[in-house]
Design a protein around this ligand. Sequence first.
Ligand code: NDP
Length: 245
Amino acid sequence: MSETKKIALITGANKGIGLETARQLGKLRVTILVGSRDLARGEEAVEVLLGIGVDARAVKLDVVSEADRTAIAKLIEKEFGRLDILINNAGVMLDGRAGNETSTTSSKMLHETFETNFFAVVALTQTLLPLIRKSEAGRIVNLSSILASLTLHATKGSFIYDAKTFAYDASKAALNSFTIHLAHELQSTKIKVNSAHPGWVKTDMGGAGAQMEIVDGAKTSVALATLPDDGPTGGYFHMGEPLPW
Ligand code: NDP
């Protein structure tokens, strides 16, 4: 029995967790649109994916560019007429790991971080929502972080208590708010919206000292992108476990 292939857009999929998510989701017979702000890097990633049998296509998408966001919506509308899965994976951590103080975090740092990690995600999702509504079961995954957890940040002795990267943490907390609000609005539809904490993963962002291998770092995104109809919405998860907001 032939089944219509699902269409997924993953932002920032040219490397890191995004690329591994493309690989794992592609192995589940999903057609992957590999979002990359540098098309050449996206095409390199697609070469690798095609080589292992994943149906992938590179698309230029700098998430902070309104022109790129509009263009991708037009392309998806024209080629597929709907979008089944949106993984808002692209993100930046501009705060340094060491010597970063909340009291001296610059306005520029805050704006630049929020531009990518929050405003662009909201704008892209809003632009693509009409196409996601056309899916039989749309899934939206927002790549958050454990560092978004206000509860853990406020709890002395929690394992992130001393990991304070203010601009990054606040941008991901705002992203979690978007997850909750959008899921509430869409609760009577089949669309599910969830936040994912991938784990502390060995990528350019996570660094070589991170705990998790990249293959495991993509698992939470893949699970939330392929939730069954009775799966959760408006949640914040790591490897199937709910996290404190
Ligand atoms: P990487 O730094 O390895 O990759 C980030 C990706 O985002 C790259 O493809 C990068 O593109 C892309 N990107 C950044 N800005 C933009 C933009 N304006 N438009 C389009 N793409 C952009 O990070 P990870 O793979 O580790 O992180 C993926 C997600 O997971 C992020 O949202 C991150 O915050 C989150 N996360 C990661 C953790 C970790 O330990 N690694 C922990 C918790 C959360 P380019 O190659 O052009 O720079």
